[in-house]
Design a protein around this ligand. Structure first.
Ligand code: SFD
Ligand code: AMP
Length: 667
């Protein structure tokens, strides 16, 4: 098929703005907010300019947009070594323990900062009962950094009043950026509503990053941001797979729909090495509303059971799972809990119920015994409110669904089920880039450190948050801390090489033509059919997305096949995806919003391609409950207890794969 090009014969040429930064931050979520805060402290006294680019508005961008009701990584009274072992257990034995240990050592400081900036954190009251963040404040409870005792939902998780979590963290990042802007004399250093499309390497120094180009989603403007070092923290990939939600409900997914794989696409297109992209996250969630289950399991001690009231993680299910997945199944990690839930669902023993009513009953009884009837009632009401707030904080649609289905959590159970797959590296998943470690963790192989902590295999391109591979369970707090770690080492690189000046060989015209191609295609052909939505000369992003999701769902192990795939299925799916990639050149956009949709889809295609190719390379089922290789249904530690790393060559559209030995650092 002939390739389309943009000569601006049909669409309007955009204004091109070139922004020169020392440190460039891509994203505006938890990791980038951490990076902005930390970088400002080190860069500003040296006169270095920091620029941050976010596709949305930083106050409410990224995964924490709606708010959260728990901070899932706070080490506190625990040991960092135990955190590493917990993460390893949950991620089926293969993680970069140097990265995880480094994160564990730094994460609490970010949590202390959140509290200082105004985030209300629950504390233990004198009677042992939980005080929510506001009550704790009113009662003068000590801050965490001063020895205050948090309310733990689990060993690593603490409860917060988190509706405004992102606003609070965003405000601190924006203040830091503003401090840097004023001190270095920039007109602007926070670019919101600018979608970054592509990264570019330096024209003079091979394998060094130099710039990122993007477009405004509000104005007819293209930006070329140059940076001596660049931190990529543009989040994970949502909506690669066909979601369970249908029609207008498709706006609802568990992870944020606006995290569209840009983080992966930006790095892999310049050849940054990936690791563990075969991993994915399939969270068990309250059905249809995607409400989180963690607080219910851990804090309210609710039990999930099949329709007959049986624990699906025991008995026959457990014994059968042991045959294929021992010694991992014994740890009951996240994917294996899914696995056993699905065994029952497939056997027709569903629905699976989260017994919120039994949990509330049990709590009521304990309260009455402990505090007496009168006091207990007040406390129970408060707890009920918290149960609702758990959803109002971070999955508001779930609260709506509860209301519409007449569900009162103290009287009625709720259905839970596994969602569609997501690609991410900060929650209970670990798909991302291969980065340098800190170089300070005893026993770490020397190849795991190449000078600058969290730098990818492309010089100057750093990674933080969801896009860092083989080190999951960072969550919101850990992603913030990792952004800070990254910022420090990126500034060190800039200071170590003061003479480096990023230069790219691509011209502004070439970049504009590439980014605006979907406009040109639309304007050129839109009158060729009576309905501009349906046209033989182009494909609108909505249709392309449907095609991509169908391929991923049916061939790469989505919900359609109960997450099952195999070599033959992957081969066929990849063939179809190759054709889709070709057709992506014919995507058409009628306005800036659609242009955004076009490029988001392209980023998703690259992300899901990496995912499928990794699954194909790893000939075992490492993550039962997340995905299955029907042709290699067991875990095979003898051959596959290793990292799988890949690089993509954009010039030839080819992939290279290798095994990298796993090394255990914490026995
Ligand atoms: O309930 C571009 N997370 C939870 N973490 C916790 O600590 N506690 C919880 O309670 C958590 N839970 C939870 C969580 C997330 C979600 C969605 C729900 C529930 C419903 C996980 C954390 O939120 C997550 O780990 C971190 O936020 C990850 O940080 P980071 O920085 O890697 O990603 P981000 O925050 O989503 O930010 C991404 C940014 O990139 C921008 N962006 N900018 C420019 N150009 C492009 N092309 C871009 N593409 C994306 C985005 O706008 C955003 O600013 S629970 O499940 O356990
Ligand atoms: P979730 O709401 O599922 O994202 O979980 C929040 C936190 O609780 C994460 O750290 C999960 O790993 C953890 N978690 C959720 N469910 C369970 C469970 N059944 N057992 C142990 N930990 C869990």
């Amino acid at each position: 098929m002939e390739k389309e090009t943009c000569t601006f014969s049909f669409c309007q040429k955009p204004e091109v703005v070139v922004v020169e930064a020392d440190l460039l931050l891509i994203g505006g979520g938890m990791a980038c907010c951490g990076a902005a805060y930390e970088a400002a402290r080190y860069a500003t006294p040296k006169g270095l300019k920091i620029v941050m680019v976010d596709k949305a508005s930083t106050d409410r961008s990224g995964a924490v947009a709606m708010g959260l009701s728990a901070i899932n990584t706070y080490v506190g009274e625990n040991k960092v070594a135990d955190y590493v072992k917990y993460v390893r257990g949950d991620l089926m034995g293969i993680i970069r323990e140097d990265l995880v240990a480094d994160l564990g050592a730094h994460v609490d400081n970010s949590v202390h900062l959140f509290e200082e900036w105004g985030l209300p954190i629950w504390k233990k009251g004198d009677d042992g009962f939980s005080l929510d963040g506001f009550q704790a404040r009113d009662e003068g409870k000590a801050l965490l950094k001063d020895g205050g005792t948090p309310v733990r939902s689990g060993k690593w998780q603490i409860m917060i009043n988190g509706e405004s979590y992102k606003v609070i963290v965003g405000e601190a990042a924006k203040a830091a950026l503003e401090y840097n802007r004023k001190a270095t004399g920039m007109d602007q250093n926070l670019y919101e509503r600018v979608f970054c499309v592509k990264a570019y390497k330096d024209a003079n120094e091979p394998n060094r990053i130099a710039a990122v180009a993007g477009f405004s989603v509000r104005e007819n403007k293209i930006y070329i941001f140059k940076g001596k070092a660049i931190i990529n923290a543009a989040g994970g990939a949502v909506n690669c797979f066909r979601p369970r939600s249908i029609a207008e409900g498709q706006g609802r997914a568990w992870y944020p729909v606006w995290n569209s794989g840009s983080g992966y696409a930006l790095g892999l297109q310049v050849g940054a090495e990936l690791t563990m992209m075969e991993n994915r996250f399939v969270p068990a969630r309250f059905k249809d509303g995607y409400g989180p289950v963690g607080a219910w399991f851990l804090f309210f001690k609710a039990q999930a059971r099949n329709a007959a009231g049986e624990d699906y993680c025991t008995g026959e299910n457990f014994e059968a799972s042991k045959k294929l997945y021992s010694p991992y199944v014994e740890k009951l990690g996240t994917c294996l809990r899914n696995h056993m839930m699905m065994m029952d669902m497939k056997a027709g023993k569903g629905p699976i119920w989260m017994n919120t009513h039994h949990a509330m009953d049990a709590i009521s009884k304990t309260f009455v015994e402990k505090f007496g009837e009168k006091d207990a009632q007040k406390k129970i009401k408060h707890l009920e409110a918290e149960a609702w707030e758990d959803f109002l904080d971070m999955a508001i649609g779930q609260a709506g669904l509860w209301a519409s289905k007449n569900i009162e959590p103290d009287k009625t159970p709720s259905e839970i089920m596994p969602t569609e797959p997501y690609l991410l590296g900060s929650h209970a998943g670990c798909a991302g880039f291969w980065v340098s470690g800190p170089g300070t963790i005893p026993g770490a192989p020397k190849e795991w450190f190449w000078g600058y902590n969290r730098m990818s295999t492309v010089k100057g391109l750093f990674m933080a948050g969801d896009v860092v591979g083989a080190s999951g369970h960072k969550f919101s707090s850990g992603s913030h801390a990792e952004g800070r770690i990254c910022a420090k080492s990126a500034i060190a690189l800039i200071l170590d090489e003061p003479n480096f000046k990023p230069v790219i060989k691509e011209t502004a015209d070439e970049i504009s033509a590439e980014l605006y191609l979907p406009f040109e295609v639309y304007e050129k052909y839109k009158t060729f059919s009576t309905d501009p939505f349906t046209n033989p000369y182009y494909i609108r992003p909505k249709m392309l997305q449907a095609r991509m999701q169908k391929i991923a769902d049916e061939y790469f192990g989505g919900c359609a096949t109960w997450y099952m795939t195999s070599k033959t299925m992957l081969d066929e799916g990849l063939k179809l995806l190759g054709m889709l990639k070709e057709d992506a050149n014919k995507m058409a956009a009628s306005n800036l919003h659609e242009l955004l949709r076009c490029w988001e889809n392209y980023h998703r295609i690259l992300s899901v391609e990496a995912h499928a190719r990794h699954i194909l390379f790893r000939e075992e089922t490492r993550y039962p409950g997340y995905y299955y290789r029907g042709d290699f249904l067991a875990i095979n530690d003898a051959e596959w207890k290793c990292f799988v790393n890949s690089t993509y060559d954009a010039a030839t559209d080819t992939w290279n794969f290798k095994k990298v030995p796993y090394v255990e650092l914490f026995a």
